[in-house]
Ligand binder design. Structure first.
Ligand code: HEC
Ligand code: HEC
Length: 360
């Protein structure tokens, strides 16, 4: 008996020290966050960065990894990038996105280009106010990643690489300090780096580094109503420069609805509770529009030709349709000229940027 006790005690001590070194191992990881500044030569306003989520190299790197990691989904089949592909300016080519088990969602995926500048609400209906809050949603959406946060956090704590990466990004001292709040902070940091490169033809023309073809120039004039003797296609009132959106909510006449309560997707009205917001959706920024088909919140239009046809006919009547949605009487050539102009908004350098690609 006398001999067993010290042995048991020894084993017990071993177990404890094993445990302790496991908890304390993160302190050996360096924590030297390198601050990052947003740089763009485009006339964009200053991006608002939350004071509790400063932008660092390590935070961005962690966020990029999480964005591409299916660990956030219930069965490790999909990641954020499954519905937001870099090559398509972070959309997914579908009218509605597919979640785990190929379950169809309700709306079309949205481009994440310049997403850090969006201050009037995220999603088609603006129901999320910040990128940090937005990133909480897809993980638990039953039509998307169908996972629960405590489970994601558990998987990350037990992961061989993540605890050290969270330490490097946020200075945590043990695995148990990994929380969903830090996960979404990192993802938001990565998303804030998704900024126009400034090399689209449109931007190069504005910088005096390129010139439009005659059709592109006519398309810009129709779009923005620059000269009085060219028709006004009204586009620029809602899709204005530099982001090609006013960030407001509008009904652009997609549905023929006589009663304001009858919209299939109420859009903004469901968020504000105001029935006169029914049928309104966030005016999307249309930089990179040639890469993000199909179009509209439900992906109903496959091509830009169909989009132009829609606006040209004046859309469908409903109580909340915007007054600028009216028959435009454009000729076939004028519609093609607007489309030629829309193509000048394509930013190929952005969609080929290695810093945004899958790090695995
Ligand atoms: C199953 C497909 C799917 C997955 C997975 C997914 N998204 Fe999305 N995302 C969408 C769709 C669809 C919308 C528009 C939904 C709506 O308006 O209701 C959207 C909208 C967004 C927006 C709003 C964009 C804007 O302009 O307002 C952001 C930001 C975003 N997603 C980021 C993420 C992040 C981060 C993840 C991973 C944590 C993620 N998404 C996972 C399909 C997906
Ligand atoms: C009254 C404001 C308004 C005007 C004017 C307007 N749009 Fe839009 N546009 C919107 C809204 C709102 C949406 C999103 C509608 C939805 O999905 O429910 C949209 C969507 C689009 C889309 C699809 C974007 C995507 O990501 O799917 C394109 C392309 C587009 N507009 C181009 C144009 C062009 C070209 C013109 C001029 C002929 C124009 N718009 C005029 C408000 C407007």
């Amino acid at each position: 008996m006398k001999k067993i006790i010290p042995i048991l005690l020894f084993i017990f001590l071993l177990a404890c020290t094993g445990e302790q070194s496991n908890m304390g191992d993160l302190l050996e990881e360096p924590y030297h966050p390198i601050p990052v500044k947003i740089a763009t030569d485009l006339p964009f306003p200053k991006m608002v960065i939350p004071t509790d989520n400063p932008f660092t190299e390590q935070g961005i790197a962690l966020g990029r990894r999480l964005f591409y990691d299916p660990i956030l989904s219930v069965d490790s089949t999909i990641s954020c990038s499954s519905c937001h592909h870099l090559a398509n300016s972070f959309t997914d080519k579908r009218s509605v996105s597919l979640g785990v088990n190929q379950t169809p969602g309700n709306r079309s995926s949205m481009s994440l280009l310049n997403i850090g500048y969006h201050l009037s609400g995220l999603f088609w209906d603006g129901r999320s106010s910040t990128l940090e809050r937005q990133a909480l949603i897809p993980v638990e959406d039953p039509l998307e990643m169908k996972e629960v946060w405590p489970q994601v956090v558990k998987k990350l704590k037990e992961h061989r690489a993540y605890p050290a990466l969270f330490r490097q990004a946020f200075g945590i001292s043990d695995r148990d300090s990994i929380q969903k709040e830090l996960v979404v902070k990192a993802i938001a940091q990565f998303e804030r780096t998704l900024i126009s490169s400034g090399t689209s033809k449109y931007d190069r023309v504005k910088k005096g580094l390129a010139t439009y073809t005659p059709n592109e120039a006519m398309g810009e004039d129709l779009f923005f109503d620059i000269t009085a003797d060219v028709k006004d296609a009204e586009c620029g009132n809602c899709h204005n420069a530099p982001f090609f959106t006013t960030f407001e909510y509008a009904n652009n006449g997609l549905d023929d609805v006589s009663d304001v309560t009858n919209f299939k997707d109420k859009g903004r009205g469901k968020v504000t509770g105001d029935i006169y917001d029914n049928g309104k959706f966030r005016i999307p920024g249309i930089r990179n529009i040639a890469l993000t088909a199909p179009y509209m919140h439900d992906g109903r239009f496959e091509t830009l030709e169909e989009v132009l046809e829609h606006y040209d006919t004046g859309g469908h009547p409903s109580p909340t349709v915007h007054p600028l949605i009216r028959p435009l009487n454009l000729t076939a050539l004028e519609k093609q000229q607007i489309i030629a102009f829309l193509h000048t908004l394509t930013d190929t350098v952005f969609v080929q940027n290695d810093a945004y690609s899958n790090p695995f």
